[in-house]
Design a protein around this ligand. Structure first.
Ligand code: IPE
Ligand code: IPE
Ligand code: MG
Length: 261
């Protein structure tokens, strides 16, 4: 994907004392980076604040991650905002998150317009409160013709639920005589996932030091490189993002073979 070298240089001017733009190989920028944004609650707790303050602070990190991704010329940035298991949280926190998604999206529409970002969602949106759902639809509509980076947000997403949905839809087509069991291959499964028109992620970043996937993109992450950041999500910034990509660039991706691609 295209990026503006001038904007990129000024965005990363100076470095943070540890990493600079010079550490990056601009010829080997990943196409799709996905982020499990974790640690908002711990960030708030460490400051004696309510968990909700962590979520509010996390919005700033996400905005910066979107801008960083555009500056770097990624094709796709995706992020895990709410899992199918997150409904188990206290109702107050769930309500706050749903409200925050809606208000944030409305506020950020000018940024998407300015940066030519196309918005996407993946997950079961039908279970969301109507206000949130309506705002998401509006966001999709208003960014439909943007042809720069895709920003895909996972909301009410769970990988197992996604796979069950795919299996069910295949079973229905088999029953209807439209698909033969022997014709079901990896592509046929991929095409029935929420992510059907997104490339598999090249790099997964999880913040807050947790070493687990939490039901995220189990199928799609088969050959994705992993980077676990010790930063809590509200502390995640462009420099930590840069470190993650530099780390990715040092990897030797073999895809099961013996030579690097
Ligand atoms: C991530 O932060 C945000 C969401 C899951 C919505 P958490 O809320 O999980 O924060 P911790 O993990 O409790 O610190
Ligand atoms: C994963 O974080 C889900 C999102 C970031 C939306 P959680 O905080 O919900 O995951 P666990 O409970 O630590 O596995
Ligand atoms: Mg968490």
């Amino acid at each position: 994907m295209h990026f503006d070298p001038e904007k990129l240089r000024s965005y990363f001017a100076g470095g943070d004392g540890e990493v600079t733009l010079g550490d990056l190989d601009l010829e080997r920028i990943p196409s799709h980076v996905t982020i499990i944004m974790d640690g908002n609650g711990r960030w708030a707790k460490a400051r004696g604040l309510e968990r909700s303050a962590g979520h509010v602070a996390g919005v700033d990190s996400l905005r910066e991650a979107v801008t960083t991704s555009v500056r770097l010329g990624l094709d796709v940035l995706s992020a895990y905002a709410f899992s199918t298991e997150n409904w188990r949280r206290p109702q107050r926190e769930v309500d706050l998150l749903m409200h925050l998604f809606a208000t944030t999206l409305v506020k950020e529409l000018p940024l998407f317009r300015q940066e030519n970002v196309r918005l996407r969602f993946f997950g079961d949106l039908t279970a969301l409160p109507k206000d949130t759902y309506d705002v998401f639809r509006q966001g999709l509509e208003e960014t439909r013709n943007n042809d720069g980076m895709t920003f895909a947000l996972a909301v009410n997403y769970g990988s197992r639920a996604e796979l069950v949905r795919a299996v069910r839809s295949l079973a229905e087509d088999v029953r209807a005589g439209q698909v033969l069991p022997q014709d079901i291959d990896e592509d046929a499964v991929s095409r029935r996932l929420y992510t059907r028109d997104l490339p598999d992620p090249d790099l997964l970043i999880r913040t807050s030091g947790e070493l687990r996937l939490s039901n995220y993109l189990l199928w799609q992450l088969a050959y994705t490189e992993l980077y676990v950041s010790e930063h809590l999500w509200p502390d995640f910034d462009r420099w930590e993002f840069l470190r993650a990509i530099c780390s990715y660039q040092k990897r030797d991706r073999r895809f099961g073979g013996v030579v690097a691609k």
